[in-house]
Design a binder for this molecule. Structure first.
Ligand code: MN
Ligand code: MN
Ligand code: MN
Length: 272
């Protein structure tokens, strides 16, 4: 059935644990699966152990959220999990996220709103705490009727609880993946909607582009397949599975041949 090179577990916003995800991948007949949690490699060890049991090839990965001018750009990093330059970057991003959360709560409290950091962290559970959890805490405290209203009144730019995010630039993410001995791939370029980001990524050493993706139209697949060919990039693909019935694709609904995994691994080896 091939390789699904884009999937999330409970290490970010997926529904299945890393081991459950791997078993589900084997059950639908995948021969390879990439675990690509948002800004975290915490699930890779568990997934690798489960994959060894299930006889499935696990591709260690991560999906980095970055900000280009006015757009969110996601960079997939393969074969770089657990290597220092990447893990240092992830740790720095986690620390920045935590500082931002503390500052948001401080500002809201200074404005007289009864929101507690402990409650925000509890609402986030094992996931990465963020603005949405602050909003939920504000709703709980009776400061807003809905999460949307909490954002509108307190958490958007210009509002009392707003604190800007530490931004990671796309080129910085690509360079961190390569410095960690991995290969960097532009995720769902059709969702970015603007190929203007490509020159910077290519200059930083981009190795691939996610051609096959649930939300890509046939025209977009053809366009990005041609770009990959022209630019010498590896054409990858995956379902962006988050859980059955969740939005994005079902596990194994988008696959690429196993040879693509070999090409990624070779590209990563050349970077070392
Ligand atoms: Mn997600
Ligand atoms: Mn994404
Ligand atoms: Mn994703």
């Amino acid at each position: 059935m091939g390789a699904d090179l884009h999937a999330h577990s409970t290490a970010s916003d997926g529904v299945l644990s890393p081991a459950e995800l791997v078993r589900a991948a084997a059950a639908v007949g995948l021969t390879a699966l990439a675990l690509t949690d948002h800004d975290s490699t915490a699930g890779v060890a568990e997934a690798a152990a489960a994959a060894a049991q299930a006889g499935l090839r696990l591709v260690p990965g991560v999906e980095l959220s970055t900000d280009a001018i006015g757009r969110e750009v996601h960079i997939l990093g393969y074969f770089c999990a657990g290597r220092a330059p990447l893990e240092e970057l992830l740790a720095e991003m986690r620390a920045a996220r935590r500082r931002r959360l503390e500052q948001m709560v401080e500002r809201l409290r200074a404005a007289g709103l009864p929101v507690a950091l402990e409650r925000v962290l509890a609402l986030a559970g094992a996931g990465a705490p963020g603005r949405a959890h602050v909003a939920r805490a504000l709703v709980e405290a009776g400061c807003a009727a809905s999460v949307e209203e909490a954002f509108d009144r307190y958490l958007l730019p210009g509002r009392p609880g707003y604190v800007p995010r530490r931004k990671l630039h796309p080129g910085e993410a690509v360079r961190a993946v390569i410095a960690a001995g991995g290969v960097a791939v532009l995720a769902h370029p059709g969702l970015v909607g603007d190929d203007g980001v490509l020159p910077e990524l290519l200059a930083a050493g981009l190795g691939g582009i996610e051609v096959h993706y649930p939300a890509h139209t046939a025209a977009q697949v053809a366009h990005y397949a041609r770009l990959a060919e022209e630019l010498g990039l590896i054409a990858t693909g995956g379902s962006d599975f988050h859980g059955r019935g969740e939005r994005w694709g079902d596990l194994g609904s988008v696959t690429v041949p196993a040879a693509v995994v070999d090409r990624l691994e070779e590209a990563a080896a050349r970077a070392r």
